[in-house]
Write a protein that binds this ligand. Sequence first.
Ligand code: SME
Length: 270
Amino acid sequence: MSMIEDFKNEREELNGYVFKYAGKEMKRFFSLDGQMYREGAIDSATKELLGLVASAVLRCDDCIKYHIMQCVENDVSSQKIQEALGIAMMVGGSIVIPHARRAFKFLDTIIQSGEKLIKKEFIELLSVIEKILKTDFDTDEKLHSVCKLLHEKISYYDWVGFYLVDKDKEKELVLGPYVGEPTEHTRIAFGEGICGQAAEREISFVVQDVSKEQNYLSCGVKVKSEILSPIFKNDVLVGEIDIDSHVVNPYTDQDKIFLEAIADMISELF
Ligand code: SME
């Protein structure tokens, strides 16, 4: 088991004891803790950095580890984490140094392990998708609900749709359910554009700036970037989940991991 899983499991186990014995006031305090770190005027990543600084000044190693983990899950760079720990040291003084040592070791172990972390916001969306897939809707309705959810909840997902492999025509994708502006590209041959290339090579594509892509089918001047992941059923390509954004360079590794996880879940519909 990985170090992060170990840490999470231990935390969950201990929380179990807390919830076994805690009264309602303590339970409320716990839920307040979760709510306090939710995105507000301050984004979640910055809130985690603030939590990290406070934890380091107060010298709680468990809390430091937790916030470092949350920072990594929220795509906070190690440069930002080290600057935050610098502020903690400035405020707390040299007594923070031993905690900073352990903090950097923990950060390094996470980075070296190359573990795929999915941020909390994406984990929550994955569980909503799981619920959508369990409804009595038909396949198209389910796919459409997934598009609607992602389009609504992720600000830079401006077009969300599915291209499905046409069973009756060789090596051709046909547009499935989508949310966003209508597109003229309702059929795409394998190899054509980003969707066709992804179908041919059976890999995810992350195009941070479509103006730099030669083999690209434009869906309008507003679209600046695109990301997509193939969907497989028993190792056979059945479709793709495709996202267009009106922003240049909006995606991180997290988006790719997230879309691949969705593609994995969606494959049960085929
Ligand atoms: N841009 C895609 C075409 C599909 S739209 O983005 C909806 C491509 O190059 O394949």
